[in-house]
Design a binder for this molecule. Structure first.
Ligand code: ADE
Length: 261
């Protein structure tokens, strides 16, 4: 997949390309990033890429001419490219969106700075406006790295183990199961016995169960939205019965107020 990144700070990406999974994906030609410095398309003696907003107000706005020229150059080279604008006003990135973007052959990412980009660029050229969350960061570069990372993990062949992306948190609307590595005992805590048993069926069952517990405890909203399988419903009902047993066997302390009083 080709990533074209439009930025006024190309150096911010240097170490991003040089480590871990992203580095390997580039070396094995799974992704091919091209950084484009917007300033190279700016005109005039000062090569300005920003200007004051019409109508007044604070801050500066990214000028349309240099952005349009850079976008047109990429589109000429890769006409099928889809254009992503990183902005806090966009749709919030999630695992499903990353999977959808991962089937594109080419993505052009516009990293905004200052108070934003001239709206005519947004209207004319942007296919997807993507946010990485409901907060504002100083520019689109970090957001672009987040999107590129999440998308790249979804491209087949990127991760060592073919199943790894499928086991990521959110891939099945559940958080990932608990994980342990050596040593078997750490600060008085042991690795769950089942993981040492070599019984793959029991291990899988334990993993499904811990994924459900974690999702219930940390992100009950995900569980409420998920289409549960029969075995997941079975596990949840089993807990309900266990909890009911525990609460039924508790006698109320006479000083406790009655519920609702
Ligand atoms: N630029 C500034 N804030 C952003 C956000 N939350 N997501 C994407 N791009 C941004």
């Amino acid at each position: 997949m080709n990533f074209f990144i439009l930025t006024i700070f190309p150096e911010l990406f240097d170490s991003f390309w040089e480590h871990g999974i992203i580095y390997r994906a580039i070396k094995s030609h799974i992704i091919n990033p091209t950084i484009i410095n917007i300033r190279d398309f700016a005109e005039g003696r000062h090569k300005a890429v920003d200007d004051r907003p019409f109508g007044g107000g604070c801050g500066m706005v990214m000028k349309p001419e240099s952005l349009a020229a850079a976008i047109k150059k990429v589109k000429k080279q890769a006409p099928e490219t889809k254009t992503v604008f990183l902005s806090p006003q966009g749709r919030i990135l999630n695992q499903q969106m990353a999977a959808e973007l991962s089937i594109c052959d080419s993505l052009l990412m516009i990293c905004g700075r200052y108070e934003g980009i001239d709206d005519r660029i947004y209207q004319e050229y942007v296919d997807f406006e993507v946010s990485i969350g409901d907060y504002v960061i100083t520019g689109g570069e970090l957001a672009a790295m987040v999107v590129i990372d999440a998308v790249t993990r979804q491209i087949p062949g990127t991760l060592g183990n073919a199943d790894s992306a499928g086991q990521d948190s959110f891939s099945d609307a559940l958080l990932k199961h608990a994980q342990f590595t050596r040593p078997r005992e750490f600060e008085g805590q042991n690795v769950p016995e089942v993981l040492l048993s070599g019984n793959h069926q029991a291990i899988e069952k334990w993993r499904v169960e811990t994924a459900l517990i974690r999702t219930f405890l940390k992100r009950p909203d995900l569980l409420a939205q998920k289409q549960l399988s029969a075995s997941e419903i079975f596990i949840l009902k089993k807990w309900c019965l266990e909890l009911e047993k525990i609460t039924k066997n508790q006698s109320l302390c006479c000083s406790d107020p009655l519920p609702g009083c």
